[in-house]
Unconditional design. Sequence first.
Length: 355
Amino acid sequence: MNSSQQIYRVVLCVSVLLLAFEAPATGMAQSSEPVDQSNLDDSNQQAKDISPKSKPKIKKYPNALVWNNAETASIDFPESKFIGEYRKGSKTLQVTTTERRFYISVYEGGLPGDGWDGTSIAHDWFESDGIEDYLTGWTKVDRSAGVVGKKPPADAIVLFDGMNTEAWANAKIADGYMKAGAKTKQHFQDFQLYFEFLVPLKPELPISHPHRGNSGVFALGAYEIQIADTFGLDPDPKAWRDRPMLKPVDTWCGSVYGIRAAEINMCLPPLTWQSMEIEFKAARFKDGEKVTPAVISLLHNGVKVLDNVSLPRGTGGGPAGPRPEVAEGPILLQNHGNPNLFRNIWITPLRSPPQ
């Protein structure tokens, strides 16, 4: 049990005597104490309401190795060739690298969103000198090509096609891709947004570290749909008994940050192109008061991971609290200190129904 968990238990129990009789640590970022769910406004509020003292300490890696180009990574970090998805019979694997080791998730029936039967995910660890032998007989698969390349419909506004950045403020381009940090000049209300993104490879960081490709896309500048490298991670608490979960499930890729976790972790490997398609209806206001909430649905790599989720508030936390909800606003590609890339971005404003 780490020191932050100890402090949290002392505060909860209001008795230093409990330190002599501590329950076994779960390895989770959250406390194992029961939480009253009766006043939570959504299924993921528990992660938000935990005392800051219960959060694990996040080690910073200011000089961490990072790549956002697969070809360069294969030269500088040859072990990157083993990262990916594999099949053999009815079993499949997701293999990722963390702290210079390999973390393996084993699925029955197929991959997430493609045949996995939903049973418990098995996990294993391998050092670099053993991973090649372990993967002998497995066939590596690449689902990226099948989940990108969607063309905009005739009534769509093309926000970025690899060249033109007139729709954006603070736009920066690298090799035909848009860097994180840009914001649309135009404001939107209800829309369907499609975009493709690539998260970088940071092999030295723990698997659930928040700085592994952390970014996000903000609807109206108020609601963040999380982007991060959570490839191969298992949301089942039992998978985290021997290590802390540094990034709660409702902040994994495909979640509405801190509000609702994705129904299934559809994150593909770092350095591969992925897609998201967001259908969003803005909150409605009357006389300055919200009368209907914002609603969001999300396809991540072609699989619906959020289905008509009502949003009780804007996203965000910390001393400033959640972002104010708004009736309209821009699309923002968050710069969170990672070299994430974006391409093929288009939006279709949706006609609002008569009021």
